[in-house]
Design a protein around this ligand. Structure first.
Ligand SMILES: C[S@@+](CC[C@H](N)C(=O)[O-])C[C@H]1O[C@@H](n2cnc3c(N)ncnc32)[C@H](O)[C@@H]1O
Ligand SMILES: [Zn+2]
Length: 172
């Protein structure tokens, strides 16, 4: 169920008890290039960060805006202590329960926006987190301590690229 969230704007809430490991919903939307994603959502001109983008792979981004074919999953907010995780299977993004979720609980996964290595302090403020978890790291970016695994030639190694600062997920 989509409804008002204490974290941000609208969020998604469990209508019933959801068992750990359950595939809850697919993150749907239009498949677009990094360049098109940057064109549609220009962080540099946004007063406050707000997008519906999800990195599917190095070249493909899913735009989950309702106007781009998105569904309820597009309203799932970020938490630093998430009860869900996003998993890619056969080039589709699914939201799974990380633990048992009780009726009425807000669903959330860890967006883990990529760090560029440059301006990270400033970016942490731009991508500030309001999840309210006891272990909130204050930003929806990846934890600073985690070592980045970047494939060689990945665009994310370019400090100026904005394209990787979108939710990333567990691959299986
Ligand atoms: C896919 S939307 C999620 C739905 C959003 N709440 C809405 O009403 O449109 C992602 C955006 O929600 C906001 N957001 C999600 N989780 C957040 C959090 N923990 N703290 C601050 N903003 C958050 C950010 O603006 C982010 O770009
Ligand atoms: Zn947080």
């Amino acid at each position: 169920m989509v409804g008002p969230s204490h974290i941000h704007g609208r969020g998604v809430f469990a209508a019933r008890r959801i068992r750990r490991g359950t595939r809850i919903v697919e993150y749907k939307g239009e498949r677009i290039s990094n360049r098109e994603a940057d064109r549609r959502y220009d962080d540099t001109t946004m007063k406050r960060h707000h997008t519906f983008l999800f990195n599917l792979d190095k070249k493909t981004v899913v735009d989950g805006a309702i106007s781009a074919g998105g569904g309820d999953a597009s309203y799932i907010n970020h938490s630093c202590d998430p009860n869900c995780e996003a998993i890619i299977r056969a080039k589709r993004i699914y939201i799974h329960a990380k633990r048992t979720i009780e009726p009425g609980e807000e669903l959330a996964y860890d967006y883990q926006y990529e760090r560029t290595g440059k301006n990270d302090d400033k970016l942490e403020k731009f991508y500030f987190c309001k999840c309210g978890a006891l272990n909130c790291r204050g930003s929806i970016m990846k934890p600073a301590t985690k070592k980045l695994r970047r494939p060689s030639g990945s665009r994310s190694s370019r400090a100026t690229s904005r394209s990787k600062r979108r939710p990333v997920m567990t691959r299986s």
